[in-house]
Ligand binder design. Structure first.
Ligand SMILES: [Zn+2]
Length: 190
């Protein structure tokens, strides 16, 4: 209906979200507007606040509301190993799986600045192993090779998440048991 301009805008906003179709969008908009407007207001506030509060850890690039993320500031974590992921979201998934106790580094791209950041972290933490948790995308092998080359003077061992994560599937679509196996049976790279 044309005289529901603002409401329609809300429906459109919902339907722009991943996995939300037009019908679900309409249902959600109706719910937060008409059925439970208090929840709607809370949701709006919470979205605004988390956008404002969230930033990237200055050391590893994971999401945090502080300068240093929870993992980087936890002295109990195993600093012998750094897991390299391609997306900050992957850190959340791996943490949820509770299968890994080392540190992370988010490598969103392979520019010099990022590589230098990674080197500094490895040297500061006296890290021994680099563990790539990339899902097999188009160029993941090339990126792994590139990083190994860049770090070859640091006397590190390299490993990769075990096969069994299907090619092209994002970590968020892998169940926790498979993820646990893939981490604990990681393969050494030579
Ligand atoms: Zn961090």
């Amino acid at each position: 209906m044309k005289d529901l301009e603002k409401f329609n805008e809300l429906v459109n906003a919902f339907s722009a979200l991943p996995t939300i179709g037009k019908k679900s969008a309409l249902r959600l908009a109706y719910h937060v507007c008409i059925k439970d407007p208090l929840l709607g207001s809370k949701l709006a506030y919470s979205i605004e606040e988390s956008i404002r509060g969230i930033k990237k850890c200055i050391q590893c690039g994971a999401l945090s509301e502080n300068e240093l993320c929870e993992v980087c500031s936890d002295i109990e974590r195993n600093s012998n190993i750094i897991c390299i992921v391609q997306d900050p979201k992957d850190v959340l998934i791996l943490e949820d799986s509770k299968s890994y106790d080392g540190l992370y580094f988010v490598l969103e791209n392979t520019n010099e600045e990022n590589i230098t950041k990674l080197r500094v972290m490895i040297e500061n933490k006296n890290t021994k192993e680099i563990f790539f948790a990339f899902t097999q995308g188009l160029n993941s092998d090339a990126v792994i090779f590139f990083i190994e080359e860049k770090l070859k003077d640091l006397n590190l061992s390299f490993s990769q998440i075990a096969q069994g994560i299907p090619s092209g599937v994002s970590l968020e679509n892998v169940d926790f048991i498979s993820l646990h196996k893939a981490i604990n049976h990681r393969t050494k790279l030579d």
